[in-house]
Design a protein around this ligand. Structure first.
Ligand SMILES: *Cc1c(COP(=O)(O)O)cnc(C)c1O
Length: 397
């Protein structure tokens, strides 16, 4: 009889979003006259921009003609897109070869799949609270996890531990759920630590486009030496509204190696081998849409999307500041991580916010033990609704 990978039995069921949905449905049933506003959305709401949809339409037409039809493409992405991504990095002073960039159907897949390259004997350092994918994919591999406490005392930005020598280090900046962003100096410490213990940093830059402060790094490769110790994941999901369209990219530098039997093995070659074996590339049509994101017009439109969401973030931030409620995020991130007022726990505040204001957010405890007592608000909603939600909040708390 076939046996399963028993590690799957170590995964905890996640009821966070289903519990929220149940509570909101029950509330709406009891109060049909109330208009519920959701500030808990972890998905974008604005549509694809005109230059992207034009490129998608044109690519569909190409696929319908024998002369311009595309079948299987390169697994790691078409050069036209990899070159655009390399140029995007170059605009920030990061020199990458197109061969170091791998196009995929999103950051989540790559973050999960990258664990294929590493021994399950490695220890993974993972912040808490955290994007649940890092934890679950390591549990599936049976890897030991050491949690890095992110709390008020470190501004929700954990720094390298004094003791534990890690194999893998997960960093997400700007962070989901906390919205906190590492400074250049802080990332330099992480790079130094990783080089020192031979660890690989898995850097999730899915929200880099939201960074407004020019002194903050968008990419781990803005730090010297990171090309020898880091893999970076990025995505057009939150940047250009591609959550349903699907396109991400992962950078695995040529200079990056990991050990096997006393030898150094290129992770770029390993990832190429893994992708060409298990993945057959992103649809040509979608890659053409992604290429349009990197055009000057596409970049302008993308900036407009980000600006719209960031206006929501400031509405939320101002309302919290006016009440003297501590929070992080919101300036360089679409997420705001607030301390629950009145000494409430995460789920207690969820209930109070729903009952008093008909507003929905996400309890911080759902992202890890250290999230208890905190709450995540997002700026992905409609602007008028965000204003109304925060007016209701200001009147009720
Ligand atoms: C949304 C998100 C991503 C992007 O995932 P995709 O699969 O590209 O849609 C990656 N990391 C974090 C932390 C996210 O919140």
């Amino acid at each position: 009889m076939a046996e399963i990978n028993g590690n799957f039995l170590n995964l905890e069921e996640s009821y966070l979003f289903s519990d929220i949905a149940k509570k909101v449905a029950a509330y709406q049933k009891a109060h049909p006259e109330k208009r519920v506003i959701r500030l808990g959305i972890g998905d974008v709401t604005l549509p694809l921009t005109p230059s992207v949809t034009a490129a998608l339409h044109a690519a569909v037409d190409e696929m319908g003609k024998a002369e311009t039809f595309h079948g299987y493409g390169p697994e790691q992405g078409y050069d036209f897109l990899r070159n655009e991504i390399a140029a995007y990095y170059q605009s920030r002073g990061v020199e990458l070869d197109a061969g170091e960039i791998f196009v995929s159907d999103g950051a989540k897949s790559d973050i999960g799949n990258i664990t294929d390259l590493f021994s399950s004997e490695n220890t993974a350092l993972i912040p808490d609270p955290v994007y649940p994918v890092y934890v679950d994919t390591n549990l599936m591999n049976g890897r030991r996890i050491v949690y890095l406490k992110a709390g008020e005392s470190n501004g929700f930005l954990p720094m390298p531990p004094a003791e534990a020598k890690a194999g893998l280090i997960y960093l997400c900046s700007p962070n989901n759920p906390t919205g906190a962003v590492y400074s250049k100096e802080q990332l330099e410490k992480w790079v130094e630590y990783a080089l020192d213990c031979g660890a690989v940093i898995l850097f999730d830059a899915a929200y880099e486009a939201y960074i407004a402060d020019p002194s903050l790094p968008h990419s781990i490769y803005e730090i010297k030496g990171a090309e020898r110790c880091a893999i970076e994941f990025c995505s057009l999901s939150k940047t250009a509204g591609f959550t349903g369209t699907r396109l991400g990219y992962t950078v695995v530098p040529y200079a990056l190696t990991a050990a096997f039997g006393g030898k150094e093995v290129s992770l770029n070659r390993l990832w190429l081998r893994r992708q060409t074996t298990k993945f057959n590339g992103v649809p040509y049509i979608i890659q053409k849409g992604a290429q349009a994101v990197f055009s000057p017009e596409g970049q302008k439109e993308t900036q407009e999307l980000v600006t719209y969401y960031m206006k929501n973030a400031s509405v939320i931030a101002e309302a919290l500041s006016a009440k003297g409620i501590p929070y992080v995020g919101g300036i360089n991130s679409p997420y705001i991580w607030m301390k629950c007022p009145e000494g409430l726990k995460s789920w207690e505040f969820f209930d109070e916010l729903l009952n008093r204001c008909s507003v929905v957010g996400t309890p911080g405890a759902g992202f890890g033990a250290n999230g208890e007592g905190f709450f995540r608000l997002t700026s992905f909603g409609n602007h008028q609704d965000t204003i109304e939600a925060m007016e209701r909040f200001s009147a009720a708390f």
